[in-house]
Design a protein around this ligand. Structure first.
Ligand code: UD1
Length: 366
C-alpha cells in the first residue's frame, strides 16, 4: 500500500487528549506514509470544552468540523452519523479510528462499518457492566463493531475475549491518556502568572455524570457530603457546563463557601492544579487513571468503575454516591493518608506509538 489513510475522530473533551499523541506519532514517524484526517464532531463546542484543548495540546485544526452540538442522545448520535457518513463517502479512508466512550465514538464506528470501512477503537474492552451509563452502551457497541481493539489495561482483554472477540483483533498497548499526561507534565509551565497554586492542602473535585448531577436530590446529597469534607480540606471545583446548569437550578448550598467553583479548565491549568492536590474526588473516567499514574489518592463518586486496574493497583477507591459512603471513604483517606499504588503495566507514555505501529504493520507500511 502506498499511503494508509486514517480518519481520526474526536468529539468531546475527554477525546482530545487521547487523539493528540496518535496525531503526533503519525506526523513525526509516518509523514507521507500515513495520512491522518482529523474530524471533530462538535459534540463539545464551548471554547473551554473544546478549542482550549486544541490550543493547549497543540493539536492542529480539524480537517472537518461537523458542528453537531447538544441534543438528546438520539438526536446527537443521529446528527453525528449523518454528517460523518458524508465525510467517509468523500474521503474513503482505510480505517476510522475512534477513542473513548462518548456518543461520537459509537456513532462514527457504526457509520464506518456500514460503509465497509475498518474501525479501530482506542480504549477498548473497558466495562462497568452498568447499562444505565450511556458510556457503557457506547463502549459495548463500539467494540462489537471494531476490527482493531486497542486495550489500556488487562481487564479489557478478558472482557473482549468473553464477548467472543478473536485474539488477533485485541492489542494490549497501554494508555494514550497517560501518554498525554507525561508529555504535558514534562512541559508544564510553572512560571505562568496564572499558575497560582493554593498554598494550603486542598482537594480537587470534578462531577458531571448524569446519574450524579441530573437528579436534584442526588446532587444535593453529594454536595452536602462534599461541603463537610471541604470544611477540613478546601475543595477546588472546575465545573462542567452540565453541572453548572444543575447547580444554578438548586442555588447556593450551606457549606459551599469552602468549595471554590472554577470554570472548566484547559488541560495544562487543570493538571497544574490537581497534580498538587492531597486528594481528588471525581466521577470522571479519565481522572481515575490519571491520578493512578501520578500516585495521587482518588475517591471515585460512583458505584462501579470500568477501570478496575486503578483500584487493584492504583490509588483509586470507590466512594459510592451516598453521603454516608462518601464520608466513610474520606475518613479512611484521612486515617491511611491515602491509598498507595503502583503504575499499571504499559502506562509508560508509549501507547500511541504501539497503536500506530500495529496499524502500519498490518498494512505493511514501513
Ligand atoms: C460527555 C460524554 C461523557 C464524557 C463527558 C466529558 C457522552 C454520552 N457523554 O458527557 O462520556 O465524560 O462528555 O465532558 O458522550 N454543553 C455545553 N458546552 C459544551 C458541551 C456541552 O454547554 O461545549 C452542555 C450541553 O448543552 C449539555 C451538557 O453540557 O446540556 C452535556 O453535554 P453532552 O456532550 O451531552 O454530555 P456530557 O455530559 O458532556
Amino acid at each position: 500500500m502506498a499511503t494508509l489513510k486514517l480518519i481520526l475522530v474526536a468529539g468531546a473533551r475527554p477525546n482530545f487528549m487521547k487523539i493528540a499523541p496518535i496525531i503526533r506519532v503519525i506526523q513525526s514517524r509516518y509523514a507521507g506514509k500515513i495520512q491522518g484526517i482529523l474530524v471533530h464532531t462538535g459534540q463539545h463546542y464551548d471554547y473551554e470544552m473544546s478549542q482550549a484543548f486544541f490550543d493547549d495540546l497543540k493539536i492542529r485544526q480539524p480537517d472537518y468540523y461537523l458542528g453537531v452540538g447538544s441534543g438528546s442522545h438520539a438526536v446527537q448520535t443521529a446528527q453525528i452519523m449523518i454528517a460523518f457518513e458524508e465525510v467517509c463517502l468523500k474521503e474513503r479512508p482505510d480505517i476510522v479510528v475512534v477513542v473513548g466512550d462518548v456518543n461520537s465514538t459509537a456513532a462514527c464506528a457504526l457509520v464506518a462499518k456500514k460503509l465497509g470501512i475498518k474501525a479501530a477503537h482506542v480504549e477498548a474492552g473497558l466495562r462497568s457492566y452498568d447499562l444505565t451509563m450511556p458510556e457503557e452502551i457506547n463502549r459495548m457497541v463500539t467494540d462489537v463493531l471494531s476490527d482493531f481493539l486497542f486495550v489500556s489495561e488487562r481487564s479489557g482483554i478478558i472482557n473482549l475475549k468473553k464477548e467472543g472477540k478473536p485474539d488477533s483483533a485485541i492489542h494490549f498497548v497501554g494508555n494514550v491518556m497517560v501518554d498525554t499526561l507525561y508529555f504535558e507534565l514534562a512541559r508544564l509551565d510553572m512560571t505562568d502568572p496564572k499558575a497560582q497554586q493554593p498554598t494550603e492542602p486542598f482537594a480537587v473535585l470534578t462531577l458531571h455524570r448524569p446519574s450524579n448531577v441530573d437528579d436534584e436530590e442526588k446532587l444535593r446529597e453529594i454536595m452536602g457530603a462534599l461541603a463537610i469534607i471541604a470544611a477540613e480540606l478546601p475543595i477546588h471545583f472546575p465545573v462542567h457546563p452540565r453541572t453548572r446548569q444543575r447547580l444554578e437550578a438548586i442555588g447556593f448550598l450551606p457549606g459551599m463557601e469552602n468549595i471554590h467553583l472554577l470554570p472548566p479548565l484547559p488541560y495544562q491549568a487543570f493538571l497544574r492544579l490537581w497534580k498538587d492536590a492531597s486528594l481528588v474526588l471525581t466521577d470522571s473516567g479519565g481522572l481515575q487513571e490519571e491520578t493512578t499514574a501520578l500516585g495521587i489518592p482518588c475517591l471515585t463518586l460512583r458505584e462501579n468503575t470500568e477501570r478496575p486496574i486503578t483500584i487493584e493497583e492504583g490509588t483509586n477507591m470507590l466512594a459510592g454516591t451516598s453521603a454516608s459512603t462518601i464520608l466513610t471513604a474520606y475518613e479512611s483517606f484521612k486515617t491511611s493518608g491515602g491509598k498507595k499504588g503502583r503504575i499499571p503495566e504499559l502506562w509508560d507514555g508509549k501507547a500511541a506509538e504501539r497503536i500506530v505501529t500495529v496499524l502500519a504493520e498490518h498494512y505493511a507500511i514501513r
